[in-house]
Design a protein around this ligand. Structure first.
Ligand SMILES: *[C@@H]1O[C@H](CO)[C@@H](O)[C@H](O)[C@H]1NC(C)=O
Ligand SMILES: *[C@@H]1O[C@H](CO)[C@@H](O)[C@H](O)[C@H]1NC(C)=O
Ligand SMILES: *[C@@H]1O[C@H](CO)[C@@H](O)[C@H](O)[C@H]1NC(C)=O
Ligand SMILES: *[C@@H]1O[C@H](CO)[C@@H](O)[C@H](O)[C@H]1NC(C)=O
Ligand SMILES: *[C@@H]1O[C@H](CO)[C@@H](O)[C@H](O)[C@H]1NC(C)=O
Length: 395
């Protein structure tokens, strides 16, 4: 309570400014953008990794609507391209592991071997199929130990369809699309207007009105983080949009696909200092932040605190509830894992395959900003943040 009362004069001042300028209720003229429940911004973001893909086959319409029902702050996807240059939501370069492509005799001659991110892969590649052909396929569950009942039921969706799902959600839900394998996509797909993959990606976002820097009024209306493992793509699009960007960081033995830089190079203070001109945060593989040996977690590295010292958010991936993914320290309890990362390590967002469980954990341990005022967001910084948000929404 001490922290509250010491800020009371400031709160009072801000309230007076707010009251003299505007009435303190939503203006009807603000339209529907103002009436939907806003994005929560006071606790780590619940990022629905490929939708609620722990339950429903990844990156499908139902996986995303399920994630929205379950409380996702952001729905996440990988963006690739079809042969005819349509941006689609799909994780693998190949269709083999998550669609029924093997059942189509007419496509049997499309198998190819391409180099993707320094590795030769053989299979059926999205870049060899038109959107119409891709739409004829059906998605299936990647993991045998997850629910198989939805196999063969849902189609691949386009980037535009994905955006529409978020925009039509009953509350404000952000999107978190990845510029996936840009080097490989630009090698295999050419657009007739001479634009490249990154241009098409940004054009699509602009077409749907995504604009503004992190926490700006426009951003809060349609929140988004753009993610990529390729620093060149992020730097390139920084000229086109000030939307917030996240640099993904792969395992310690995988160099960047475009600049061939090592993990150690891109996590150095010098590099963080450089990249922070372009990004608002990093998205590292969680086992590089707290290394693992024999399925036990070791001493955490200092990357989270160094990133925070550079004012960069940290959104690690990927949280999965199954025993096979949980380190022994967590006693087979996914809530212990969430608790560790949120409250001990202090991260800013979590890519999870199980949006519902993360949402329940957060609701039970850290209530929503718009719930009753007897919640725990009474620290000075949270209070100031809340006031700033309140004022921003009535400017
Ligand atoms: C992939 O295959 C091509 C053709 O055989 C070869 O030139 C290239 O070095 C291979 N790349 C890798 C990463 O193995
Ligand atoms: C399918 O998944 C397995 C296991 O992750 C992987 O080794 C293989 O390369 C994938 N197949 C294709 C064609 O991508
Ligand atoms: C961004 O735009 C500036 C000014 O037009 C240009 O000099 C620079 O090369 C551009 N950067 C990238 C990465 O395209
Ligand atoms: C990437 O860097 C490594 C280590 O410096 C080097 O051995 C390798 O040849 C480089 N690869 C490419 C494609 O430049
Ligand atoms: C995980 O458990 C191991 C074995 O008990 C212990 O040495 C290690 O410190 C624990 N790690 C964390 C991060 O608590």
């Amino acid at each position: 309570m001490a922290s509250l009362s010491s800020f009371a004069p400031l709160v009072f001042l801000l309230l007076v400014i707010g009251c003299t300028a505007r009435p303190f209720y939503p203006l009807p003229s603000k339209g529907d953008g103002g009436s939907r429940k806003p994005l929560q911004t006071l606790r780590p973001y619940n990022i629905a990794h490929r939708g609620s893909n722990g339950e429903i086959p990844e990156a499908t319409h139902p996986a995303y609507t399920r994630a929205i029902e379950e409380g996702a702050d952001f729905i996440e996807t990988d963006i690739l391209s079809s042969k005819d240059g349509v941006l689609i939501c799909f994780h693998d370069a190949t269709l083999d592991n998550t669609t029924d492509i093997a059942n189509y005799a007419e496509f049997a001659n499309r198998k190819r071997t391409y180099e993707v991110q320094g590795e030769n892969i053989t299979g059926f590649f999205t870049v060899d199929f038109t959107l119409k052909e891709l739409k004829s396929l059906r998605v299936r569950q990647r993991y045998t130990y997850r629910d198989q009942q939805f196999n063969g039921k849902f189609q691949i969706i386009t980037f535009e369809e994905f955006i529409t799902i978020a925009l039509q959600a009953p509350r404000v839900v952000g999107i978190y699309p990845e510029i996936k394998y840009p080097v490989y996509i630009n090698q295999h797909v050419k657009w007739s207007d001479g634009k490249i993959f990154e241009d098409k990606f940004v054009d699509t976002l602009q077409k749907y009105g995504f604009k503004g820097s992190y926490l700006s009024k426009n951003w809060l209306r349609q929140p988004i983080f753009i993610q990529s493992f390729a620093p060149t793509s992020l730097v390139y699009i920084a000229n086109k949009t000030d939307l917030p960007k996240i640099l993904l960081i792969d395992d310690i033995d995988i160099p960047t696909q475009d600049t061939n830089q090592s993990y150690w190079e891109i996590t150095s203070d010098e590099y963080l200092n450089y990249i922070k001109q372009y990004v608002v945060g990093i998205g590292p593989w969680k086992d590089t932040l707290v290394p693992v040996a024999k399925n036990y977690m070791r001493t955490p590295t200092d990357l989270v605190s160094r990133a925070h010292a550079h004012n960069l958010q940290v959104h690690p991936y990927t949280y999965r509830n199954e025993n096979s993914f949980l380190h022994f320290n967590f006693s087979q309890d996914p809530y212990m894992e969430y608790d560790y990362w949120i409250n001990k390590i202090g991260i800013d967002g979590l890519f999870t395959d199980f949006t519902g469980s993360l949402h329940h954990f957060q609701e039970w341990t850290s209530k929503h900003q718009d719930d009753d005022s007897d919640n725990d967001d009474n620290t000075a910084s949270k209070l100031l943040h809340k006031i700033a948000m309140l004022l921003a929404s009535y400017k």
